[in-house]
Ligand binder design. Structure first.
Ligand SMILES: *Cc1c(COP(=O)(O)O)cnc(C)c1O
Length: 353
């Protein structure tokens, strides 16, 4: 006997990366947070945010934040929708666009939350295996002809990207019935983005988050960019007040300070490339990454052993039990100090097995 529907009873829940209790001295390189502090503008806004703004309901549209985003990307009215993190936008999209048994596709391996949402909706999950070294499976995604195609670009946990030509080709091939959702959680660290694609193609939604580039994972704020006709369907599935009054104000302040975000992203990209070189010197395998993390494989292929050895030394990285990821760790790029601590720990583990 269960109180739940059979498909909820049967599904496995999404497993987030470990978030150790506050106060524990750990180096946290497992959930792709940004090691730099948020913009000083966010700090100032937090201090001046009146208690009054907490007493009353927030703007259901998160208008301050939406105006800041529209100005940043030079978007007309109605082209942006805010979410309680991009997770919330992914939920809205699946709810609004997938009927039971509709196909939802993604290149595998990727962010597991797309599958979680497909299962909740009783849609049909269509993971399309990526190529060798995790190259983008364009033809497989075209052939899947899914109702919704999710694409993290850069992808997690691989750091790999699809080119704008490939995105164009996919968007075109999926018309007129398929949506293409380009999840740009890591675009702030990448060489290019697809923010112009919704202007050119009617079936494209681009998702952004403030969790990674803007160092605001705790605030919970993201946005979707698409044509107003597409966003209208999503609005219907939105929780009434899905963005808090604080997130609306602080998000606008963060977006207004592009210089801060860009400087931090540039220093993280440099640190990433230095960390990749240092790991390669230690004979680690590496997938070239355009994100703020590296998918790296230890020389003996035993990623689980490396994960546990690091954990013993209070350094958390991510190890996935996915068949294609058994020999790999996803390592978030930290501060120089944290990255050095990681390398020192690996050297120590090598000399004292
Ligand atoms: C981190 C991440 C998200 C989640 O972003 P939130 O805005 O914090 O919900 C979405 N997609 C991918 C691929 C991510 O890595």
């Amino acid at each position: 006997m269960s109180y739940f529907t059979p498909h909820i009873e049967a599904m496995t829940p999404y497993v987030p990366g470990e978030q150790p209790a506050g106060g524990e001295p750990v180096i946290k390189l497992n959930t792709n947070e940004n090691p730099c502090p948020p913009s000083p503008g966010v700090q100032a806004c937090l201090q001046s945010a009146a208690m009054e703004s907490l007493r009353v309901y927030p703007d259901p549209r998160a208008g301050q934040f939406l105006r800041a985003v529209a100005k940043l990307h030079d978007l007309p009215d109605g082209w942006v929708l805010a979410g309680n993190g991009s997770d919330n936008l992914i939920m809205m999209i699946v709810r609004a666009a997938a009927a039971p048994d509709d196909r939802i596709a993604w290149p595998a391996p990727t962010f597991p939350f797309y599958e979680t949402q497909a299962l909740i909706q009783q849609a049909r999950p269509c993971p399309v295996p990526s190529g060798e070294d995790f190259t983008f499976p364009l033809q497989g995604l075209i052939d899947a002809k899914a109702r919704i195609t999710f694409l993290a670009n850069p992808n997690s946990p691989t750091g790999t990207t699809a080119s704008n030509d490939q995105l164009h080709a996919l968007a075109e091939a999926l018309q007129p019935h398929g949506l293409l959702v380009i999840d740009e959680a890591y675009a702030d660290f990448a060489r290019s983005d697809a923010l112009n694609l919704p202007r050119e193609q009617p079936n494209v939604i681009v998702l952004r988050t403030l969790s990674k580039g803007y160092s605001l994972a705790g605030l919970r704020l993201g946005y979707a960019v698409a044509r107003p006709e597409l966003l209208e369907g999503l609005w219907k599935t939105k929780e009434i007040y899905n963005v808090s009054a604080l997130a609306d104000r602080l998000g606008a302040a963060a977006i207004a300070d592009q210089q801060h975000m860009r400087n931090n992203a540039a220093s993280i990209r440099n640190a990433r490339d230095r960390l990749a070189d240092a790991l390669k010197q230690r004979r680690w395998r590496m997938i070239p990454s355009e994100a703020n993390f590296l998918l790296a494989g230890p020389p003996d292929g035993n990623a689980e052993r490396a994960y546990l050895g690091l954990k013993e030394r209070r350094i958390l990285v991510r190890y996935f039990k996915h068949p294609r990821l058994q020999n790999w760790l996803r390592i978030t790029v930290g501060t120089d100090e944290q990255n050095h601590a990681l390398l020192d720990a690996l050297d120590e583990m090598n000399t004292t097995p």
